[in-house]
Design a protein. Structure first.
Length: 124
């Protein structure tokens, strides 16, 4: 069996309703991950691409969050309706869906935006 070409990590973390950082899977159904699995199977990508549920990816304010490796592409505010487009554009054609992409400046910045200095939170 060939090695996987891509891994999708879909945040399925749950938090209490009303938590200030939000929650990527408030219903606890893993609907987003299941949609990716179904779309991969439908397109016969399953043997090479794996959709995994992940715990907190610490990008909560931008969630639901999906990260694709080995490319290191982070997508935020992903909805089930976005799944076919992500699979088609990113996994099939190698293109980034810009309107869903979490920019490097937004990563690891609580609140979803880079600090005014442009440095990651907690940097001197």
């Amino acid at each position: 069996m060939p090695a996987f070409t891509e891994h999708l990590f879909v945040c399925c973390n749950r938090r209490a309703e009303g938590h200030p950082r939000g929650c990527c899977d408030p219903a606890g159904t893993e609907a987003l991950r299941n949609a990716f699995k179904a779309e991969l199977k439908k397109r016969d990508l399953g043997p090479l691409v794996r959709a995994n549920s992940a715990g907190c990816l610490d990008q909560c304010e931008l969630g639901p969050v999906v990260v694709i490796y080995p490319q290191g592409i982070w997508y935020g505010r992903v909805q089930v309706s976005d799944v076919p487009r992500i699979v088609e554009e990113t996994l099939v054609h190698g293109r980034i869906v810009e309107e869903l992409r979490i920019s490097p400046e937004q990563l690891n910045c609580r609140g979803g935006s880079a600090p005014p200095s442009g440095k990651p939170s907690g940097s001197p």
